[in-house]
Design a protein around this ligand. Structure first.
Ligand SMILES: C[S@@+](CC[C@H](N)C(=O)[O-])C[C@H]1O[C@@H](n2cnc3c(N)ncnc32)[C@H](O)[C@@H]1O
Length: 350
């Protein structure tokens, strides 16, 4: 049975840490790329009041609907968009929402999705093997499970689930096809590898299928690249991830963007021309306190990374525009309408 969505039943993870990392300020403009139940969004709106604005994106139409109700109070300050964050740049251009003071990604699933919304994200609830964030998308988890070759299935379960028993699981899946429900699949995996430790044996395979269905890693990489371009000077990028594959992408992306030259070691003189566009905010990754984990066990695997947009002399904004522009931008004047216009022109011309 599909449960009725109540947007307030998801507890936002690392909330105060995220607000601090975003440096939320009154009048600021923010993008929440993973709106979910609007927990982070509501807090950002509270802290950016008066005058704050938020553009919220979610690929799940239920999230948009439920959160619209929750954020009623802020209806004049928000724009909620049902879309994939892989389209971040075009969404912000469409709604004339850039440059921004901060962008947040709180990846993965909301409690509403995990608590059995009939879309098969969790093996705790029996449901059709769907796993699409966006129901407009064609390919479901059942399609992948029932029509992918054994070798490809094993590779996918290994690569996206980091499951060492991937070959055994793939073989059993192929032998028992068609598999239509979460319970069928979870029981099959349990029979393939048995129960060990606290983690349910199906956890890694379900993660792998969800990542594959939603192209999660590719979309994250693409969206991070777009996010940097949308940040104004000293704008903040904050990402909360929940497994090592996501965190590796975020970490490597931020580290690369914070470096100057990225030529391979041994190249005698720089040929890449890469300039830093981000400054890392925290030396170490931020994780939830034991108190938070006690209250919200789902937060236990969360990792928050944050970076700030910097503008260097060689930055694309500066190449065509005069130095006065950069000087004013550096003195935090970039919100002034004339500067905004200039940044938009530079952005659109790039
Ligand atoms: C962990 S929840 C966010 C919870 C939210 N921060 C809150 O406090 O309520 C993640 C949300 O991101 C959405 N999501 C995941 N990948 C997405 C993508 N590529 N594009 C848009 N939304 C995505 C999911 O549908 C889910 O609603």
């Amino acid at each position: 049975m599909i449960k009725h969505w109540s947007a307030s039943s998801h507890t936002p993870v690392l909330l105060s840490e995220a607000l601090r990392a975003l440096a939320v300020q009154p009048g600021g403009r923010y993008v929440d790329c993973t709106l979910g139940s609007g927990g982070h969004a509501a807090a950002i709106l509270d802290h950016s009041s008066p005058g704050g604005q938020l553009l919220g994106i979610d690929a799940d139409p239920n999230a948009i609907e439920a959160t619209k109700e929750r954020l009623q109070h802020y209806r004049d300050s928000i724009k909620l968009v049902h879309d994939n964050f892989v389209n971040l740049q075009s969404i912000c251009i469409k709604y004339d929402f850039f440059p921004v003071h901060g962008i947040i990604f709180d990846l993965g699933l909301s409690s509403l999705q995990l608590n059995g919304n009939g879309r098969g994200f969790s093996f705790q609830h029996d449901a059709p093997l769907d796993m699409r964030f966006d129901t407009r998308q064609k390919v479901t988890a059942a399609d992948i499970v029932n029509s992918t070759s054994e070798a490809r299935l094993a590779h996918l379960i290994r690569a996206y689930g980091e499951e060492s028993h991937s070959h055994r699981i793939a073989r059993l899946i192929v032998e028992h096809r068609p598999i239509e429900t979460t319970r069928q699949l979870a029981q099959l995996i349990e029979s393939a590898i048995g129960r060990r430790g606290r983690l349910h044996p199906a956890t890694k395979t379900f993660q792998a299928l969800r990542i594959a269905v939603n192209h999660e890693l590719e979309h994250l990489e693409a969206a991070l690249r777009q996010a940097v371009d949308l940040l104004g000077y000293q704008g903040r990028l904050v990402v909360i991830s929940y497994h090592s594959l996501e965190d590796r992408i975020v970490k490597q992306f931020m580290q690369k963007e914070a470096r100057g030259c990225i030529c391979p070691p041994g190249v005698p003189a720089c040929v890449c021309g890469h300039t830093p566009r981000l400054k890392l905010i925290n030396k170490k990754v931020v994780t939830p306190s034991t108190a938070e984990i006690d209250v919200n066990p789902r937060s236990r695997s969360a990792k928050l990374r944050a970076a700030e947009r910097i503008v260097s002399q060689e930055d694309s904004y500066a190449t065509t525009e005069d130095h006065a522009f950069l000087t004013i931008a550096r003195s935090r004047g970039w919100r002034r309408p004339v500067l905004l216009q200039k940044i938009k022109m530079a952005f659109l011309a790039a």
